[in-house]
Design a protein around this ligand. Structure first.
Ligand code: NSS
Length: 430
């Protein structure tokens, strides 16, 4: 196993002996002086292979080595202001551990299609690594937040028999001759789990057969979901704003180096909770004042959300969606039968929905009526109805799209960049 990493040279005195193992990102030859830029998980190291210092075999190997070859360099550390990280390794010996004969398919200037077709190779870049490190820190911070606030992590199945979020985006699976689906959300299983555990969360993939090609839809995305017993809409928003705000700030504060590589300087002050709460009906008025007419009752799409959020610097909640715009399980507002006790968290500056959730119907009669009103069969939801038969409890929950959060925090044009191997309608390879 490798015991030292390229960034370790930063802590070494000039003249120290160091053995570097990394992949060749770039080679520049100046006659009998060859520079190699090596890459590993910790960053870049510039290696200088000079005639007279390195042996002849090493100089020859360095001057011929192909991009992405794996090499080992034994050398001496030297301060060099122009080198990335401020240190250079003067090679005494260069050994090619794994040589590359053909050209690496990803040259500067190749188009987006080539990059996505070769994602398995493109993800070696410092930028992708930086992004994935931030993603991992964000996920750890979200998990830590849940753990510190009394939530238990649960794992739920992905094969299901009835839709959570409506039939239009269900993926059908042949399950030993029966029709099953890939789940859009583990919400219903979480609702069952709160009777034993009260506060639960899950982190797992959700699947949506999204027909439309947009910059913010994946067919498989990582869904961070939570469900809370003895909680209403306002409690749920309180959890979401602290979870999103505190976890994002923590992860970004730990990622100075990665943000520099990505050329991003996200504002942390705008992430501080609390977040404003705006009703759907008020949002329609804001949209109308901006020249966008949305008929009452329709859900807001990506375009409407972009216009609505453009003037905001902080995220905010959009609450009380009409029942027509939301899935059947949302509790109807007892003080206004036209709307539900629901809330989406919208990211500012055009990014739009990052979290969706709300209070659930906890009365058996109301739930059966809503299922029937939606043209669904209560028999398909028998076990879900049982939860309302035995000690039903007021409860609320939400789902956060991890890639959506990353897309907003790191200002990514496409959501695909937020994930290692994106799945969209147009892409299932590599
Ligand atoms: O459809 S949601 O708004 N809500 C639910 O699925 C609830 N059943 C979650 C719950 O209450 N436990 O999706 C939740 C979030 C949404 O705000 C997005 O951030 C993300 O899931 N989401 C997606 N991300 C990427 N691609 C697609 N297609 C996608 N669909 C939803």
């Amino acid at each position: 196993m490798k015991t030292s990493y390229l960034a370790d040279v930063r802590g070494l005195q000039d003249g120290s002996r160091f053995k570097a193992v990394g992949w060749v990102m770039r080679r520049r030859s100046h006659g009998r002086l060859v520079f190699l830029d090596l890459r590993d998980s910790t960053g870049l190291l510039q290696v200088a292979v000079k005639a007279g210092v390195a042996d002849e075999a090493s100089l020859k190997a360095a001057s011929m080595v192909g991009r992405e070859s794996l090499v080992e360099v034994d050398g001496l550390v030297r301060t060099e202001a122009r080198a990335p990280g401020g240190k250079e390794l003067t090679a005494l010996q260069v050994r090619v551990l794994s040589g590359v004969a053909q050209d690496f398919p990803l040259r500067k200037g190749v188009g987006a299609k080539v990059l996505w077709d070769n994602r398995h190779l493109a993800l070696r870049s410092l930028r992708v690594s930086a992004l994935m490190k931030i993603r991992a820190r964000l996920l750890s911070a979200l998990r830590r937040w849940f753990e510190e606030n009394g939530f238990t992590e649960i794992n739920c199945p992905s094969f299901i028999t009835a839709a959570v979020e409506g039939g239009a985006t269900l993926f059908k699976v042949d399950y030993f001759g029966k029709t099953a689906y890939l789940t859009q959300s583990v919400q219903f299983y979480q609702e069952a789990a709160i009777f034993g555990l009260e506060k639960v969360y899950s982190v797992q993939p959700s699947f949506r057969a999204e027909k439309s090609k947009t910059k913010r839809h994946l067919t498989e995305f990582w869904h961070v979901e939570a469900e809370i017993a003895h909680a209403g809409l306002s409690d749920m928003m309180g959890v979401v704003e602290r979870l999103v705000g505190e976890s994002s700030i923590q992860a970004l504060q730990q990622s100075g180096e990665e943000l520099r590589i990505l050329g991003r300087k996200p504002r942390l002050d705008v992430l501080e909770p609390p977040y404003e709460r705006i009703k759907y009906s008020e949002a329609l008025e804001i949209l109308e004042s901006k020249g966008v007419d949305v008929p009452w009752g329709t859900d807001l799409g990506a375009d409407e959300e972009r216009v609505l959020t453009e003037g905001f610097e902080k995220p905010f909640f959009l609450t009380h969606f009409p029942r027509e715009a939301k899935a059947f399980y949302h509790r109807i507002d007892p003080s206004d039968g036209r709307v539900t006790l629901s809330a989406d968290l919208l990211a500012p500056r055009g990014y739009g929905e990052v979290v969706g959730g709300g209070e659930r119907i906890f009365s058996l009669e109301e739930l059966v009526a809503r299922i029937e009103a939606e043209g669904l069969d209560p028999k398909d939801y028998e076990w879900y109805l049982d939860l309302r038969r035995y000690g039903s409890v007021q409860h609320a929950g939400f789902g956060l799209g991890l890639e959506r959060l990353i897309q907003w925090l790191l200002e990514l044009k496409s959501i695909k960049t937020a994930t290692l191997f994106p799945r969209t309608r147009a892409r299932i390879y590599p």
